[in-house]
Ligand binder design. Structure first.
Ligand code: AMP
Length: 250
């Protein structure tokens, strides 16, 4: 069984994101970029399924500029067998990525597509769901445990009330939540080996997909600065503040 796993290149989660002065987006020049953390979890899960003998091939896919090759090399170093870069400089929105992934699914015929539940840059939480809808496949989102047996995947999902268990018939789309697994680190020998693994590049046109943005970003602004805290002299003052000021705020 083939598994397709999508990996997005995003601003590293440790970086303090800065909004461009013209409010058109966030600064990405000279900023450390990494694989979206939820996609690291997706890659790890795909590799574990291969190690268990369930998957036969893990294909990593990234859509974006040439620099996404770096993200794909990381996926290859972690254990993916080959990679596909859908190369475009157009700013991709979730629907465009979902359409590109659908085209790749139709070409590669995987039984499972693993995605992160959301990309930490746009926080859209849409691509997996849109892909499942476009393919008319079942979806199991926010997975915190995945068991594959025969033509079925049993997925535990984190929901507000606790854990929900769903069974989906394969082929299916699965999106990963934080507690699904703890991704491994790439070892130096595997980083070297990854350089020799196949990485194909395709244009969106070759997949017959129009990736033109459908949404316009009107404005991006920094969150309001937190007002500084204050010290209270004693419990009496604290209680008075909670009674009066906290009341006014609520
Ligand atoms: P989003 O819907 O944008 O929050 O993204 C959800 C998931 O879709 C991510 O965790 C990735 O697995 C996948 N994804 C989104 N954009 C891309 C991209 N440009 N290239 C590869 N995968 C992507």
């Amino acid at each position: 069984m083939k598994i397709l796993v999508s990996v997005k290149r995003v601003i590293d989660f440790n970086v303090k994101v800065r909004v461009r002065p013209d409010g058109t987006g966030v600064e990405t020049a000279n900023v450390k970029m990494s694989m979206n953390p939820f996609d690291e979890i997706a890659v790890e899960e795909a590799i574990r399924l291969k190690e268990k003998g369930i998957a036969t091939e893990v294909i990593a896919v990234s859509c974006g500029g040439a620099a996404c090759q770096e993200t794909l090399r990381t996926a290859l170093a972690l254990g993916a067998d080959r990679a596909i870069l859908v190369l475009t400089d157009v700013e991709l929105q979730p629907l465009a990525v979902a359409k590109l992934l659908r085209a790749l699914v139709q070409k590669e015929l995987p039984q499972i597509v693993l995605l992160g539940k959301q990309a930490i840059d746009d926080d859209a939480n849409q691509t997996g769901q849109m892909l499942a809808a476009l393919l008319d496949w079942p979806q199991a989102t926010f997975a915190s445990k995945v068991d594959v047996a025969g033509a079925t995947a049993t997925v535990k999902r984190e929901v507000d009330g606790g854990l929900e268990t769903v069974e989906v018939a394969l082929p299916a789309v699965v999106t990963t939540d934080l507690r699904l697994n703890e991704p491994r680190y790439a070892t130096l020998p595997n980083i070297m080996k990854a350089k020799k693994k196949p990485l194909d590049t395709l244009a969106p046109e070759a997949l017959g997909v129009d990736v033109a943005p459908r949404l316009v970003t009107v404005k991006v602004t920094e969150p309001a600065k937190r007002k500084g805290g204050g010290r209270v002299a004693d419990v009496k003052e604290l209680v008075a503040k909670l009674r009066n000021e906290a009341k006014i705020l609520s």
